[in-house]
Design a protein. Sequence first.
Lengths: 589, 112
Amino acid sequence: MRYLSVTTPEGTSYRHPFTGDALRLGRSSSNDLVLHDQAASRNHAEIISRPEGYFLIDAHSRNGTYLNGSQVIEAVPLRPGDLIRIGSTLLVFNDTETGPSGVAGGLEDHATPGSATTRPGTITPGTDDLPFPISDSIAVDQVAVTGREGSGGEGAAGRLDALGEVIGTPLASPEQMRRIIFAADQQLAFHHPLNRILEAVMDLARDAVCYERGVLLRWCGDELVPVVERGASGEVGRPVSFSRTIAYHAFTRRRAVLLAKDPHEIFPGATSIDEGNICSVMCVPLWNNREVIGVVYVDNRGFARRFTRRDLQVLTFLANIAALKIDNAELFSMALEAQGMYRILREAAAIQRGLLPRRSPTIPGYLLDGDSIPCFEVGGDLYDYHALGDGRFGIGVGDVAGKGLPAALVMSHFQAAQRALSELRLPPEEMIGRLNRILCRCLPENRYVTFFYGILDPGRHTFTYVNAGHPAPLCVRRSGEVERLKLNHLFVGMFEDHAYSSETIRFEPDDLIICYSDGVTEQEDADKQPFGERRLEALARGIESRAPRDVLEKILSAVDGHSGGRRHTDDVTLVILKREGHDVQGQGQ
Amino acid sequence: MFKVKVSDEGTVRTLVLEGRLLLGDSLTTLDKVVMATLTEGHKRIVFDFTKTGAIDSAGIGALAIYRKRAAEHQASIKVVIPKRSPIPSHVQTPIRLLYDTHEEVASAVVSF
């Protein structure tokens, strides 16, 4: 769709569609677009369509037609974004068929982040020696107008007086604001990629305030970097130079800036303004209700009209909307990334669950069961069973220091190593000694694994174990007496020369061993009191005749009850081994 | 709120660890104090856990690392854990395996 964005001498803006092959402009009612401008001739100018494009022709007007600041002498080609001035009426030629921005060519192609620091014709940043006075009392969401003559005691009105031109200019009319809000709503209501949003902001601003050149700059931690540039006609593809002094002033002071009076007087000798032949500048902060994340800078050159306080109000309004949209777009992207990460974590969790035993082995005369519940998607707890091939079984329970993904990575490595070593049917102390040496060579210094490993000989009813830094399992005798399979060695993965030794206990009928991770006893209640070892022991004394699955669920239920249903703060792992007796009531498998 | 109170008695520097020694700020605080103590050249150091409420696995890991760091600086660390400490036994045991432990600061100080 082709149209002209028209701004009348009164400041009212509207769109005029361009549907035919020609569009005549002038004061006469016979024109396609009637200009209510005393400086316009009755038949002032014409836009015509030719096979090679659109052309602007001055119809021998008395006061002339200007394209991007230059007087039109003969037919000149029109490009989207071109600024036409007839008297005090401004018209921007738009053609949305050339892209959402209305400007031919992708701006990303010539956006040169970081190049502003070395771009010729710009002013060296320096906000403390600005050539005009500043009032710090005006917030970013208000329109502030900065001029040459302001003083500390003056409000915005005083500075307006100094500017001269904008006295008596009304603020944006409700109708104009309605149109801008409508356009902003259409362009920005839905989610779009961030670069498209930023470009839409600059296009909306061009329609609303008819700037000739504009730059949207984002704060990248240590400098303002141009991310969208809108050059004048004939300059598309070239970086837009801008006054860094004004941009940094608006950014650091959180103030909207309007230079409506001759900027050459305000900035005598300023290279970027002199070389750019700039006649008027606006710069407003992008404020997202928390911080300033950049600025929108626009200017007009040559004989183009000077911005008014009304324009500044409109640009501030658009910048505020833009800042919130930028915030939303970035949060949306982060949410998508988090969603992707969550999917990966869920896959990792499924893989990790697959590393744990799928079912307990059948051991004549014994019942065995275990479970592990990570506090995050993945965890650092593990348990495992190994049939050693001679009727004996290895049983291990471990806990990697830390939680989440890092712990899970160590856990999978450790699991693989101990499974490989179990094939060698090593005594527990030798198995753990080798595991210790393997881990010492590959784990980060602050990582270690607590590991309880024992070999059950069901023929002799003995259990030979090493406890390497793991919470001491409970051995609950049929009588209700509780013994600890004491912690007699350092964890694995930190001290390579540590020597491990084993101990052996004898199993009697109905004896029960409860192996657990510290997530069981350290689960806290609302008052930050841990479940504790004593509570676990008391619980164990009352359940010695129950099947392993029942014991396991009873302990988990008690821990959940203690935490008041809150999420576990650590991985919880339990392995229950029981020698069958006469009063087993449930199934362990 | 975790705090480390530092005091010197003769050639012995005592660090009183008040609060919960857990992954995060408390460990960062302790790290700074311990490394500063070793860098300053103190060779006899006491960790007093009398006012320590809890130590998590990251805390134990840090204590294990301090043993290595102390050895690198030719320093020696003693530990005070009273009988009625709320620190669970499975946490106390590795500390006792890592360090020479005492029930009172005075006993730890004279043991060097």
